[in-house]
Design a protein around this ligand. Structure first.
Ligand code: SF4
Ligand SMILES: [Zn+2]
Length: 123
């Protein structure tokens, strides 16, 4: 079971629950467990840290003063995730290129390993 934290009472709750069992705060929109309802902290507007406000693609009427939103996406987390993916991709590219350039070496190592395994099983 995945857990989340209630934004109002900060208790750990099942990430699927529609309302917080402790303080009854609504956590999902339209009573549907698959539609998260993001909430501001009561001081800052959600839009200030939202990807769709930053890239100016949001046309919700509550923008830029949303305290509750179903579409909110944290811009900083989005950027971090992008960076992580780029790093993972570039690491994968480096490994693939290295393997491509060292195919002969890998083949030789593979043959050596097989010889070694045969020698071990024969003794
Ligand atoms: S998606 Fe919601 S939080 Fe984001 S800019 Fe639009 S109204 Fe604001
Ligand atoms: Zn709560």
């Amino acid at each position: 079971m995945k857990t989340a934290t209630c934004p109002r009472c900060h208790q750990p709750v099942n990430s699927q629950v529609v309302t917080c069992p402790y303080c009854r705060t609504q956590l999902k929109a339209y009573g549907h467990p698959g539609i998260p309802l993001h909430r501001g902290n009561g001081v800052d507007y959600l839009c200030d840290s939202c990807t769709y406000h930053t890239d100016d693609s949001c046309n919700f009427p509550q923008r830029p003063y949303a305290q509750e939103c179903t579409l909110y996406e944290n811009f900083a987390e989005y950027e971090l995730e992008l960076q992580r993916q780029t790093q993972a991709n570039s690491f994968g590219v480096v490994v693939r290129n290295w393997l491509r350039h060292n195919q002969a070496l890998m083949l030789l190592l593979g043959l050596l390993f097989i010889c070694f395994a045969i020698a071990l099983s024969a003794s």
